[in-house]
Design a protein around this ligand. Structure first.
Ligand SMILES: Nc1ncnc2c1ncn2[C@@H]1O[C@H](COP(=O)(O)OP(=O)(O)OP(=O)(O)O)[C@@H](O)[C@H]1O
Length: 315
């Protein structure tokens, strides 16, 4: 077992940030911690890294107890934190060399590792740049290079794509999958469900410091009764027709707002064809049609009654 967390409790004064959290991470996984802002993801990571004292519980990494003095364990861990933490006065290359040097003393080997990290994160050509000359996306990639240059066996990544443009984000996500293919186990936190769905092999959903569900994305989605969501651009939908749609046995819920008819079906039922027939038979004019599978947001919504996040933008 790469990580075993048992019954972890962390309080900040009266606030219970982690509430009896237990989970395990196996070798080779990309394990996603998904939860809204403030759900306890960063606190959980800081406890696992022994950067934060906790009130109760046990944390083992590589089958060894994790303590602030676990230097051997720490040397096998890479950390990419939410806030970019690099030295302003050092160049890209010097920064990576500095962080790699915390674990790798041999200068020849380090030189090779630094070059590999530069190539891996696509920072070639920027070696001599100071961090303040880099774009936001490149700075994030430097942050990642600093965390992974020493080729750790286990990598913690805390929201590494916050405030990153879509192109850099995709590069970062591809990079994470590649690190995993090369053998690293990864803990990835995010409040962006699409990212977690895209890269994580197993996911734990957190809310108020508690696990509300965990499993593969398929397993999580099969926990809820929701099937696909079909949306139709409809210019006029009489109340009577909406009532009839709601009455169809496969329909879980149906709403009509701002010229959009949104119909969510129960799990396992495919009703797009039937809805199209219904609309046509009633002479209801429709425009564009979208069909979506349930998302992890639907899982979160069904369990907590709230949206995983407000709005849809990747701010
Ligand atoms: N040093 C601190 N002192 C007091 N409260 C804190 C402290 N750090 C975090 N908290 C609170 O603990 C809860 C969990 O915060 P945490 O940062 O772990 O959540 P998170 O899921 O990582 O959120 P985010 O995505 O915003 O970082 C929040 O309510 C937060 O306000």
């Amino acid at each position: 077992m790469i990580i075993r967390v048992q019954d972890l409790v962390k309080r900040y004064g009266d606030l219970q940030a982690l509430d009896h959290l237990s989970f395990e991470v196996r070798e080779g996984e990309i394990f996603g911690l998904l939860g809204p802002n403030g759900s306890g993801k960063t606190t959980a990571i800081n406890c696992m890294l022994s950067l934060l004292r906790y009130d109760k519980g046990e944390i083992r990494i590589f089958d060894r107890p994790m303590t602030p003095e676990s230097y051997k364990t720490k040397a096998e861990i890479g950390v990419v934190m939410q806030d970019v933490a690099v030295f302003d006065v050092l160049t890209v290359e010097q920064n990576i060399d500095y962080f790699c040097g915390l674990y790798v003393r041999d200068t020849e080997r380090r030189r090779r590792l630094v070059q590999e990290a530069i190539a891996f994160t696509g920072l070639g050509g920027f070696e001599g740049f100071l961090p303040k000359k880099l774009s936001g996306g490149l700075l994030r990639r430097l942050n990642i290079a600093c965390g992974i240059a020493h080729k750790p066996r286990l990598i913690f990544m805390d929201e590494p794509t916050v405030a990153v443009d879509p192109q850099s984000r995709n590069k970062i996500l591809e990079g994470i999958k590649e690190l995993n293919r090369r053998g690293a186990t990864i803990i990835y936190t995010s409040h962006y469900m699409e990212e977690v769905e895209q890269i994580c092999s197993r996911i734990m959903i957190l809310d108020h410091g508690r696990e509300i569900a965990s499993g593969t994305k398929q397993a999580l989605k099969s926990m809820i009764d929701l099937g696909e969501k079909n949306s139709f651009e409809v210019y006029d939908l009489p109340e009577e027709e909406l009532r009839e749609i709601r009455g169809l046995p496969e329909v879980a819920e149906a709403h009509y707002q701002d010229n959009m008819l949104v119909v969510k079906s129960h799990r396992g039922s495919n009703i797009l064809e039937r809805l199209l027939e219904f609309l046509r038979s009633r002479g209801i004019v429709f425009g564009r049609i979208y069909s979506e599978q349930p998302s992890l947001n639907d899982v979160f919504l069904e369990i907590t009654g709230r949206e995983l996040r407000d709005g849809g933008s990747h701010e």
